[in-house]
Structure formats: C-alpha cells, structure tokens
Write a protein that binds this ligand. Structure first.
Ligand SMILES: Nc1nc2c(ncn2[C@@H]2O[C@H](COP(=O)(O)OP(=O)(O)OP(=O)(O)O)[C@@H](O)[C@H]2O)c(=O)[nH]1
Length: 618
C-alpha cells in the first residue's frame, strides 16, 4: 500500500478536485459527495480557545486572520505538504492557481479577502471552504479543516442565529464518520464547559475519532495543573490528550517567530514540574506528527470504502449521462443529422398512434363510428319535412301554377334544403379529426424521449406539424363539402323512378279505399312527398356516412402519416448551422445538470486513477 505521504497527498488532491467541482460535502449537492467519504481532521473549539494558534503552531507560520468576534467565517481546508529540508516555504490557494505566496502575511490577507468574496463584509458565515496548501520542510503531510469558533453571542452585524448557524456548519463536518475531531479546549476553563468536548461527545460518543487538545496550560492559575485531564482522569478518550502552549497575545503583538514559539513550548514542557514526564508527548510538533500518523491509518482503513463509493458513483453518473444524452456536436451536418433523427423518432411514435401501436388512433375511428352517424341522426329533418314545411316549400316552388303531377321543383327544394343540413356533420367530422391529430402531435412530441432536451426544437416541430395539419384540414373540408354539394347537384333518378312505380301502385290500391275529400287528398300527397324526400335523404345519409370518412381519412389522416413534416424537412435542409444550433438550445437546467454530472464523473474517474496509482506505488 502507498506510503503516508502518497496516501495523504492523494486525499489532498482528491479533496481539492472535489471542492473545485462544487463537492464539499454538507449534502448541499443533488449529486453524491466524494468529499464526505474522504477522511479529514476538523479543528473544533469555542471562540478564542486557541484553534488558530494551534494551526499556526503546527504550520510554524503566522498566516491566519485574527481579531475580535468571529474571524473564521468559512471552513479553511489546510493541506500541509512536507518538502525537502532547506526548500523554501510557500502557500497556494485553490481559487488562485499558479500563484505562490511566500509572504505569509499576504496569505492572511487573501484568506480575509476570499472569505469576504463569498460572505460579504457583513460577518456572515459560508460553508464553501477555502483551500490553502502550504509546502514547507517544517510540516508533516496533514490536512486540517479550520472551522468557525463555536460562538455564544452575536456581535455587531451578525444575525441572531449566528450561534446556531455556526454549530450546524461545524456539525455538518464533524458528524461525518470519516472526520477526525481535533477538539481544542483552553486549560484555563473547566473542561466540563468545553464547547468542543460537548459537541464531540454528541457526534462521537465512544470517542473513536475525537482527539483532545488542551491549550493555554501556561495560563492556569499558579498551583493548579491539567494532569487530571491530560492523563485521562477527567475525561477518558481513546487517544491521549495533548497539551499545547501557544504564543500569548503579548508574544503575537511582539511578532515572536513561530519557530521561537515552538522552542519555548518545548522548553516549557521539558522544564515543567507537572508535565516534564510527558514532555515527549506534548506540544504542537508532537501533535502534528501524531495526527499525521492517525490520519494516514484512517485513510488506509477507508480506502476500500472510498473505492467502492467511487465505482458506484461512476456507474450512477454514467447512467444519468446516458439518460441526459451526450452534448450535441458542433458542425452543421451533425446538428442536422441529430434534428432529422429526432424528427423521425417523433414520426414513428405519431404513426404508431394512428396505426394502433399506441392508443391515439382509435379516437379518429370513433368519430366515424359514433359522432358522425349520431350527428346525422340528430339533424332536424322532421322539422324540415313537417307537413306545414312541405306545404309551404311545395307551394312556393309551384308559384302561381300548382304542380300538375309530381311537384318536381318542390321535391328539389325540399331535398336541397335537407341536404344542406349535412354540411354541419361533415364540417364537424373534419374539425374533430383535426383536433385529434393535433392532440396526437402534442402527445407524440411529449413521448419522444430524444426531444425532451430541446424545447426550441419541440416548439418548431409542433408548429410545422400543426401547419401541415391545417393545410390537410382545409383540403379535407373542401372535399367533404364537395361530397355534400354533389348530392345536391344531381338527384339519383332511380330512387324517384322506383318511388313513382310504388306511388302508381299505391294510388290503385287507394282508389279502392274509402272516399276522401280534396283536403284529405292534398294532405296525403304532402305526407307522401315528405316521406319520399325522407327516404331519399336516408339514402344520402347512408352514402355520406361512408364517403365522408373516406374523404377525411384520405385528406387528413393519410396525409398526416405521409407528409406531416415534408415542409419542415425542406426548411431544415436550407437552414444554416447557426439556425440549427438555435433549435438545439437545451433546457439550461438540463445542460447544467449534464455539465455537473460530467465534471463529477471526471472527478471520480481521476480519483479512481489516483488511488489505483497510489495503491500500486505500494
Ligand atoms: N498564553 C497563551 N495564550 C494563548 C494560547 N493559545 C492561544 N492564546 C491566545 O488566545 C487568544 C485566542 O487565540 P486564537 O488562536 O485566536 O483562538 P481561536 O480559537 O482561533 O479564536 P477564534 O478563531 O477567533 O475563535 C489569542 O490572543 C492567543 O494569543 C496559549 O497556549 N497560551
């Protein structure tokens, strides 16, 4: 397995990549978090407990912002890289790649500026970490996360909820099972009041991953010492407590060098009557080495889980990318190819609706089987052929000369008037089929998976299809009305010949029946006319009930199947790449999702390669 440097360095590299791609754990990503699986050391403590001093002492440099109230307002991921003895020290920020800081007071300023860039000057906090790498021969390979101090009260400019906000941010780090907790408590306060220990007890009740550090031993009241805590009698932890003596505020004000401070700290423990026997296990240098060894062993133990998470995430991300579809190619030819491919996918679904593979087409045939016959049956022929109406129309048609035999003109007027009524059902059939076809276009677009990514193409495709359907409808309307008009333009003579024969026969029988008055004769003749016309209309109705569907299917349904997008295809083939690209503008949220998935997939694949390489380095 890899050496300590390569494993911690490996995790450092993966952590930096995670943050760069927006994965800094905390569950605020819809995507799984690799960060959360990476072991890290979170530095937790109450305000002014000495966190920053411990960090600076471990690094051996003055580089953290200081001040009253809350200074640390964003997590600072501090990645320490041990370099060859004698090499110069420098720092780099993830957000300022290729810029090396050798002046560490500028590092402090950059931390302040970068903090303000996200949180603004109003002392808010933010969970977005700042990544700072320090390369120095005076450090060990180690990653520490400096978190805002667990504060008690808001100061000027901070929201009342600042204490809860900080605690929930700190919790989002320390609650992770892969996170080691460096709990900083000042020795000059009762350990029972330590904010850090209280929180650690909650998230790590067995103390498996809590590391106790006691600062400010030099500030304890004369005649007192912290041996009860340090030797585990006050609060037993899995790992032994480490005592620290950092620079006092006076030392800081005097700019006492960190290296000098480290030496003073060593001397403090070596000469201490209380801690002399523990001197080799006290102080910030020992703490750093021990933390580094502990972090390396935790990483080593977690590598299999990390690899499993990475492989699982790669599969999930590749599956999602397949669903989201790959980015469309740049050149016009590829764009046109993609567009035509999606149009054909749409047409296939549309035809399946019409031909029975999908449910839509049955509605069209329902129009011919139920709606059209029903509409014809409801036509007001009774009213049009009432005795009164027949009398009126026949008389009007005769003019001053009553008809001699059969009221030819009367018949024509009655039939024409009746036939005109068929226009309604004929038009209604055309419009009903048009509505169904439009609805099938809408449904088919919605059912075409490939189109989901391209709202503009969907809109353009729907407009083109509906425009074609409109043309087909106009054509169909002309055809069906022509069918109705044809019935009026030439009456079927045979029908009336047969009627005449039946009438002649009927009148012979009638002469034998009881005598009637002129009035009754006249009425009977009008009833006969009405009945004859009704019979003719029935014959026409039966004919139209068959011919109208034929015309509608021919002009609308068949055309929709054969030529719905012909005009659209012609337009597309004449469009330039730019216009084609406009059709392929994807839903921005979907593009963003694909981008995030692609970046996260790249991160996981790189991490897998890094881990494979580290494991091979052995
Ligand atoms: N004498 C002495 N002073 C210390 C020690 N550790 C920290 N201090 C002083 O305590 C004050 C707070 O130290 P910091 O390191 O800023 O504490 P902090 O927890 O980082 O503070 P915030 O991040 O601002 O909450 C500073 O004035 C330090 O000089 C120590 O071991 N001994």
């Amino acid at each position: 397995m890899a050496t300590m440097e390569s494993l911690i360095g490996l995790v450092n590299r993966i952590q930096r990549a995670c943050t760069a791609l927006g994965d800094y754990g905390g569950g605020n990503n819809a995507l799984s978090s690799l960060w959360e699986a990476l072991p890290s050391v979170a530095v937790v403590g109450g305000q002014s407990s000495g966190k920053s001093s411990v960090l600076e002492s471990i690094v051996g440099r003055d580089f953290l912002p200081r001040g009253s109230g809350i200074v640390t307002r964003r997590p600072l991921v501090l990645q320490l890289h041990k370099t060859e003895h004698g090499t110069y020290e420098y720092a780099e920020f993830l957000h300022l790649t290729n810029k090396r800081f050798t002046n560490f007071s500028l590092v402090r300023k950059e931390i302040q500026d970068e903090t303000d860039r996200i949180t603004g000057k109003n002392k808010q906090i933010s969970p977005v970490p700042i990544h700072l790498s320090i390369f120095s021969p005076n450090v060990v390979d180690l990653t520490l996360i400096d978190l805002p101090g667990l504060t008690k009260v808001a100061v000027e400019g901070q929201p009342e909820t600042i204490a809860e906000d900080i605690e929930s941010m700190v919790r989002s780090y320390v609650a992770k099972p892969n996170c080691l907790i460096l709990a900083i408590s000042p020795a000059n306060q009762d350990i029972a009041t330590s904010d850090a220990i209280k929180l650690a007890k909650e998230v790590d009740p067995t103390g498996d991953r809590t590391f106790g550090v006691l600062t400010k031993l030099d500030l304890m009241d004369k005649g007192t010492n912290a041996l009860d805590v340090i030797e585990g009698r006050s609060y037993m932890m899995q790992y032994p407590w480490v005592g620290i003596v950092n620079r006092s505020q006076a030392d800081i004000n005097k700019n006492v060098e960190m290296m000098v401070a480290r030496r003073k700290e060593r001397e403090y423990f070596e000469t201490s009557p209380h801690y002399g026997h523990l001197a080799n296990k006290m102080g910030s240098e020992y703490l750093a080495k021990m933390l580094s060894k502990l972090l390396e062993s935790v990483i080593r133990a977690r590598i299999p889980n990390i690899i499993a998470l990475i492989n699982r995430s790669i599969e999930e991300l590749e599956r999602e990318l397949d669903q989201l579809g790959r980015p469309i190619a740049i050149d016009a030819g590829a764009k046109l190819y993609n567009i035509l491919g999606m149009c054909r996918a749409f047409e296939k679904i549309f035809k399946e609706h019409l031909d029975g593979g999908r449910p839509g087409g049955a509605r069209i045939y329902g129009i011919f089987d139920y709606q059209l016959p029903g509409a014809i049956r409801k036509l007001p022929f009774d009213r049009h052929l009432s005795l009164e109406s027949v009398k009126r129309i026949v008389s009007q048609s005769d003019g001053y000369q009553p008809h001699l035999i059969a009221p030819e003109m009367g018949y024509r007027r009655l039939i024409e008037g009746s036939l005109y009524l068929f226009r309604g059902p004929a038009e209604a059939s055309v419009n009903a089929v048009h509505s169904v076809l439009k609805e099938l276009v809408r449904k088919s677009i919605a059912e075409t998976e490939e189109l989901k990514r391209f709202p503009s193409l969907q809109t353009e495709l729907a407009a083109a299809a509906n425009s074609s359907l409109e043309k087909f409808r106009e054509e169909s309307m002309k055809s069906v009305l022509r069918l109705v008009d044809m019935e009026a333009s030439y009456l079927t003579v045979d029908f009336f010949r047969k009627l005449h024969e039946m009438d002649t026969q009927g009148s012979q029988n009638t002469s034998l029946s009881s005598p009637t008055t002129v009035e009754q004769n006249g009425e009977r003749q009008f009833r006969t006319i009405a009945s004859n016309v009704a019979g003719y209309i029935k014959m026409v109705a039966d004919t139209l009930a068959n011919t109208i569907p034929k015309a509608v299917v021919h002009c609308q349904v068949r055309q929709a199947k054969l030529a719905l997008l012909n005009y659209f295809y012609t337009q597309m083939s004449q469009r330039q790449g730019k216009h084609l690209g406009q059709l392929l503008d994807e839903n921005p949220a979907l593009m963003e999702r694909r981008l995030q998935c692609a970046k996260r997939l790249e991160l996981y694949k790189n991490a897998r390669d890094e881990i494979d390489a580290a494991v091979w380095l052995g």
